[in-house]
Design a protein around this ligand. Structure first.
Ligand SMILES: Cc1cc2nc3c(=O)[nH]c(=O)nc-3n(C[C@H](O)[C@H](O)[C@H](O)COP(=O)(O)OP(=O)(O)OC[C@H]3O[C@@H](n4cnc5c(N)ncnc54)[C@H](O)[C@@H]3O)c2cc1C
Length: 376
């Protein structure tokens, strides 16, 4: 694979670098609450006004229609500048709800929702996981009963990131009575202000409450909010997860190299010391991760499941990098908000978007061709 940048790539990189250097906020945004939403939407609106939002969205829907390699360049510059994490409350709308609507939504759904997402006017969350249906998503039980042109929804979701801030939710429910597993599901647009919805925040171990349980008690959702066909929600959800795993991963993976370089600069390790060796290993692994990311995004010579390899490599490396950052600060790290927050939050990397065990199952079965689980 030839990764030599063209003169056009250089120009694009410089343009991204200049703009981010002049515009990216200098201070870390508040971790939660109205301040976090305000900071995230203001940053998105600023990007949008300058033509830097919806980078992978088609031009017809207000995006920039950038190719995958340009997107990688953008995220490298984004990480280098220390711009706000793309994993804020605008993430679901921009990176998987919006793209799902573009791929499978009706014209009316696209016309209403896409401009609002792109300009930071509406925030989305995801309602897929349930107690007892996380890794095994197909066992979900939240139901939607068809009554005329309405779905009446009852049940519970959990771990819904930014549900408290959200205006809309991509909600996966069982709509065909008596159906099992992947059949009979529907992906619907749920208005988070609808009567019958209760959002109960959950604190993570960093003390932050950006995810929540969501309860549905006879919530009425118009059938016109179904995306990708009634009872065809599994296919729509797989489209969503495909988008989610791609862009989220890309931005975070590229950010990790920058974190490692920062750690090396701050550690002041004596040449030849054990610490210098550890840092050199991390730098080499981060360089490997970058190469894996480029290869998997540009899809040259790989398999469609390479994303799991990259995701797992990233998740486990991120935990080691953040742990070392906390250890180097010693007891002082307990007082250093962002270092400890990043350390605690890194534990979620081997859970969110598919746990490390599930990624290993995918690698074993789909890439290495080992026997499928339970059928050895
Ligand atoms: C930070 C964060 C944000 C999240 N945001 C959202 C969100 O916005 N919306 C949403 O719907 N969900 C969200 N999730 C939920 C996430 O998708 C689930 O936590 C994840 O899929 C795991 O499901 P679970 O928690 O039910 O664990 P379980 O599936 O119950 O797994 C428990 C343990 O068993 C292991 N295990 C399960 N099955 C197997 C198997 N077949 N083989 C080997 N080991 C197995 C798992 O690896 C894990 O260690 C989020 C999670 C986190 C951490």
């Amino acid at each position: 694979m030839d990764l030599t940048p063209s003169p056009d790539d250089h120009r694009f990189r410089q343009r991204a670098r200049d703009w981010l250097g002049a515009n990216a906020p200098r201070h870390r945004a508040p971790a939660g609450g109205a301040g976090a939403r305000q900071a995230a939407t203001a940053w998105l609106a600023r990007c949008h006004a300058a033509g830097w939002s919806g980078l992978a969205w088609p031009r017809d829907w207000g995006g920039q229609g950038l190719s995958a390699d340009r997107l990688l360049i953008w995220y490298e510059e984004y990480a280098r500048t220390g711009a706000p994490s793309p994993l804020d409350c605008t993430f679901v709308g921009l990176h998987h709800a919006g793209p799902t609507l573009i791929a499978l939504g009706s014209e009316a759904q696209k016309a209403f929702h896409l401009p609002r997402i792109l300009q930071g006017q509406s925030i989305w969350c995801q309602g897929f996981s349930e107690p007892g249906a996380g890794s095994d998503l197909a066992s979900l039980r939240t139901s939607g009963r068809v009554e005329g042109d309405i779905l009446v929804v009852n049940g519970q979701k959990i771990w819904s990131s930014y549900a408290e801030d959200a205006d809309y939710q991509e909600l996966l429910i069982r709509t065909e009575p008596g159906s099992a597993r992947h059949r009979g599901l529907s992906w619907v647009i749920c208005d988070m202000r609808a009567p019958g919805i209760t959002v109960r925040p959950i604190a993570n171990m960093a003390g932050e409450t950006h995810f929540a349980e969501v309860f549905y008690d006879d919530v009425r959702i118009p059938l016109s909010n179904v995306v990708g066909g009634l009872h065809n929600g599994w296919a729509t959800a797989m489209t969503t997860l495909g988008f989610e795993r791609k862009t989220a991963a890309m931005a975070l993976q590229l950010d990790l190299s920058v974190r490692v370089e920062r750690l090396i600069a701050e550690a002041g390790a004596a040449p030849g010391s054990a610490l210098a060796e550890t840092l050199a290993d991390l730098r080499a692994e981060a360089a490997g991760l970058r190469a894996m990311t480029w290869r998997s995004v540009l899809r040259e010579g790989g398999t469609p499941f390479d994303g799991s390899l990259v995701r797992l490599t990233f998740a486990e490396l991120a935990q080691r990098v953040h742990r070392l950052a906390a250890e180097l600060l010693g007891p002082e790290s307990l007082l250093q908000g962002p270092v400890m927050t990043d350390y605690f939050e890194s534990y979620s990397e081997t859970i969110a978007g598919g746990t490390a065990e599930i990624q290993r199952n995918i690698i074993a079965e789909r890439i290495l061709g080992l026997p499928r689980e339970g059928r050895a």
